[in-house]
Design a protein around this ligand. Structure first.
Ligand code: TRP
Ligand code: SF4
Length: 325
């Protein structure tokens, strides 16, 4: 039997190459299983509730990114969280049994409050973020949840909530497992972890020129100030990219860097070209769907129907267990 797979992204920003290698590459591998890939628009509101941006515009951008990356709607289900109302309903149910202390000690809660300065995140919705995420996963009785490493605390909470529910009301939910990619932390153009809040991202939707501009300004080995200085490629984010996008040449380039036989400008030039070549088919697919909104709407509305069939059955089962039905 195929394993059931579920994952999602918050509808806050377009996908960047960190998302691609941290999670989406795995989503693609699992799409021949029974896979559900969601755009979490409710989750976007946990931090963006005061933003003037329309959440649904972000949703569309992310659907385009999913399709661009190579998710195939003929074999996997692509859907929007709020289109399947069972997510909100199960989240409410799970909130009844989730101890506050579990949510307060959630490391991502503390990190985000520090990181997203300027936003008041002392809300019920933001504290309850992992409860909603648990509902997303448990509704599908998912076996596997392919995510980035930063999501592991949420996965653990999901398992704890499932266990508590099963203990209180009888075996209802399956405990899911996380699946991580080999590439865990993609550096951004400033060398820190790639993240929208650091403004250091290379987006799938960027043009070749934008990519070039960003990468020309990318940090390199900070100790290599002059062309004749010998470099330390192992600390250089450009070299990290070479290892992903330019696997044939990376060892040679490292050697040349260590001996100061290549300068950063030339090294970057090679890297930029490879990144753009890699992203080209994705960008073309994105452009294709961007001009075909009826096709895209059809994909997510079919997706919602397919998702709801499973979600509704699980919700009925959970309501029966908790004796509300
Ligand atoms: N919290 C995830 C993120 O920030 C997004 C998400 C929402 C998710 N619901 C999910 C991921 C369910 C996996 C499964 O990327
Ligand atoms: Fe980095 Fe390349 Fe410069 Fe070496 S030559 S420091 S690997 S950009």
């Amino acid at each position: 039997m195929a394993v059931r797979v579920l994952s999602g992204t918050r509808a806050t920003n377009k996908l960047h190459i960190g998302n691609l290698f941290g999670a989406l590459e795995n989503w693609k591998k699992f799409q021949s299983e029974e896979a559900f890939y969601m755009i979490a628009d409710w989750h976007a509101l946990t931090t963006e509730y005061a933003s003037k941006m329309a959440v649904k515009d972000n949703v569309t951008e992310i659907v385009l990114d999913y399709l661009a990356c190579g998710l195939n709607p003929d074999i996997c289900t692509i859907f929007v969280q709020s289109h399947v109302h069972e997510h909100a309903e199960l989240a409410l149910m799970l909130s009844m049994i989730t101890p506050l202390s579990w949510l307060e000690r959630n490391p991502t809660f503390k990190d985000q409050i520090k990181e997203q300065k300027g936003k008041d995140l002392h809300t019920h919705g933001f504290l309850g973020y992992p409860v909603l995420q648990a509902a997303d996963i448990l509704l599908y009785q998912a076996d596997i949840v392919p995510v980035g490493e930063d999501q592991l605390p949420h996965l653990e909470l999901t398992r704890e909530i499932a266990r508590r529910f099963n203990h209180l009301y009888g075996e209802t939910f399956k405990e899911p497992q996380a699946a991580l990619t080999k590439i865990k932390k993609m550096p951004g153009t400033d060398g820190r972890k790639m993240s929208k809040s650091y403004n250091n991202c290379i987006y799938i939707a960027d043009s070749d020129n934008e990519t070039e501009k960003k990468m020309k300004n990318m940090v390199t080995d900070p100790a290599r100030k002059r062309r004749q200085d010998k470099g330390h490629p192992e600390v250089c984010p450009v070299c990290y990219y070479q290892g992903i996008f330019n696997t044939d040449e990376v060892e040679k380039l490292k050697q040349q860097c260590r001996e100061a036989h290549i300068g950063c400008v030339d090294c970057k030039k090679k890297c930029i070209e490879k990144v753009n070549v890699f992203l080209k088919p994705m960008r073309e697919r994105r452009d294709y769907y961007k001009t075909r909104s009826a096709v895209v709407n059809d994909i997510v509305s079919k997706g919602a129907q397919q998702a709801q069939r499973i979600a509704a059955a699980t919700l009925t089962k959970a309501k029966g267990a908790i004796k509300i039905l």
